[in-house]
Ligand binder design. Sequence first.
Ligand code: UGA
Length: 436
Amino acid sequence: MKIAMVGAGYVGLVSGACFADFGHEVVCIDKDPEKIARLNAGKMPIFEPGLEELVESNVRGGRLSFSTDLTASLAGACAIFIAVGTPSRRGDGHADLSFVYAVAQEIGPHLEANAVVVTKSTVPVGTGDEVERILRESGVQHRFAVVSNPEFLREGAAIGDFKRPDRIVIGADDEFGRQIMREVYRPLFLNQAPLLFTSRRSAELIKYAANAFLATKIMFINEMADLCEKVGADVQDVSRGIGLDNRIGSKFLHAGPGYGGSCFPKDTLALLKTAEDYDSPTRIVEAVVKANDSRKRAMGRKVIEALGGIDEARGKRAALLGLTFKPNTDDMRDSPSLAIAQTLIDAGVEVTAYDPEGMDLAAPMLPEVGMKPDLYAAVEGADAVVLVTEWDAFRALDFRRIAQTARGKAFIDLRNVYDPAVVRAAGFDYTSIGRA
Ligand code: UGA
């Protein structure tokens, strides 16, 4: 089966490579000639474990190719996936759908009979209807279908998530669309991945509801962590104690500096916008967005506190270990490290940092932060060491070496990676999240 994947970003590239690995013939199309040239030379535009090898083997097997030519790539394609970006529209937080609609306009005149156009980009309710309208308006007369197939993969674990999904959601309003999508995902039947067929609008909403619910879970445990600090409880125990209840579940109950990335911040805002447009307030999500925004700055203040308070902190130095919004990615979008670094800089604290993969993207976003080539260079002369992102490389730190290199003894663990007793025994003043 031939698949055209429009957009070679995170979702498009990973999905395209995985579909090719299942045996489909896939062409990934992107408007950016530089990106396509690099992909053709075997260079990945993003850091994602396993992706380079997966792309390389499928290109070699003749199942995966890259092109800038959308029209030519449509020939013989049964399924055309739209996987372009839907960033937050400046000003109102609504998802910017201009890229999605531009693709629909471009596809229209060349769409072959019996092809299915699939929106994989995260798009607000009703986008599928508009895509269908654009296609009809461009003169498509033969049979086609527009289907919603949201993607739930996580950065850093993208290939595993795509190949072993908890569920595949397909929003199709007619049997023809459902039939083609069954063929597209047939290779996953072996893994017994549940295929959930819904209406197109329900599928579109499922994606936002899932991300908003996960964001809510994170912020719930973060607020419990704050309460734990006040009442002398331990959030790790509270998290385990509630997570063992199957109705709650243990995942996404890890307290931290707030959520970041390319999805939760943007998708929660877009959901609020949809709710406002339909006059159906989602007050819980509103509170989550607000709580997350203020939490990131509060984490900066936590470091200032560990440096002795606002007056003492001025002129001192903090070393940030990890800058990306989570490990195993180079993605800096909405990373808590941005707000933490800025809060420290505003308070007159000098900031150094090291991240295993994120520094190229981080450096222009944090021009006042001293980027260091390794973690021990970053902690040199630091009054406070702050663990911001839980990379594996920071899970077994040599505290003796840090103690020799750093100037001060403050260690702030924003991911609760360490046992407080161990870090304190190494001579540090240890602060973490939600642990008295
Ligand atoms: C998220 C969803 O998990 C995916 O299912 C979804 O497909 C994706 O968005 C998307 O819409 O494209 P991702 O943004 O890659 O995936 O990252 P997550 O692993 O979900 O983490 C998001 C943020 O939440 C990170 O900043 C992470 O540190 C934070 N988090 C996560 C916590 O603070 N605590 C947790 O327990 C879990």
